[in-house]
Design a protein around this ligand. Sequence first.
Ligand code: FES
Length: 380
Amino acid sequence: MTGAAEGKAVVGPPLWLLAELTYRCPLQCPYCSNPLDFANGEQELSTEQWLSVLRQGRELGAAQLGFSGGEPLVRPDLPELIAEARKLGYYTNLITSGLGLTDAKVDAFADAGLDHIQVSFQASDPELNNAVAGSRKAFEQKLAMAEAVKAAGYPMVLNFVIHRHNIHQMVDIIDLCERLGADYVELATCQYYGWAFKNREGLMPSLAQLTRAEAEVNEARTRLQAAGSAMQLIFVTPDYYEERPKACMNGWGSLFLTVAPDGTALPCHSARLLPIDFPQVQSTSLREIWYDSPGFNHYRGDSWMPEPCRSCDEKGKDFGGCRCQAYLLTGNADNADPVCGKSPHHDRILAARRAADHATAGLEDLVYRNVQNSRLFFRS
Ligand code: FES
């Protein structure tokens, strides 16, 4: 079947393929979206298997390809995968911490045909950056690599995950980006999945912090525009301060196809936490996974929706919100995303906001994303 069953959504191709090459990472960010039990020892796909995934994805119609992780640079076959992706005609994006990157690698990736590199930072100063990243040399390395990326002719795309411990740095973060000559800056307030959900109380900013940060971003935009700067600031507000849910992944199984390091195919990077069986690329073709697998069809269309989503006139816009968030907050992924003011579980969001007003956790109270902590989770 290459369409949809009767009464279900019409299924187009997966335009966006995310290759999560590995869960290995030299950093320990406490907001990582990888699963808590990432260190459970599953084998990573081989180079040949990844090449096959890329070819099948392109045949299906995927146009954008993201390489992420963990830290994708730990895979020695990354240049080979980039070269194949270019040959196949993908627009390719590398999402990296910058750790493990060198000037030579930046050039080699450009030669192989990489279109875009996004370097993530944790803060505007080395102390906080390195404390959050759990690495003493991270900041220095990120600065050097951001510059190398620009020097190699890529647009400079920087990403800062914003939380209660760095949100006061908004002005300094924007200054740093200007000094570096960034073209695009993503100021992405933490979303609460994976390790970030585990650490939510220690990470979530208060409404007052958020309001101030947003005003600072708006002021900076006005100033940059007046000065003729082309630097774009993209401020992503957290779901927990919204009254309507986001159209997560533009709808389940609608555009996005993620392949996890062990070959599990997912409609979003967090979905493996759901009590749903997802197929493996080692045993099922990508076409069958996308069009026919029960996992990818589970939340397509709207026939699965309970109230209040089923009769909501916004369901075609937000698709009931995020299934992973519904599961994390209510224990049932069928429920409306509690972010929605119409959800009977919206009180959980309101309680989290109230908790953020009084939170006192320091950086030392966060659970850092590392193999040791991950092993604790899969044993329990
Ligand atoms: Fe999985 Fe939203 S993150 S559906």
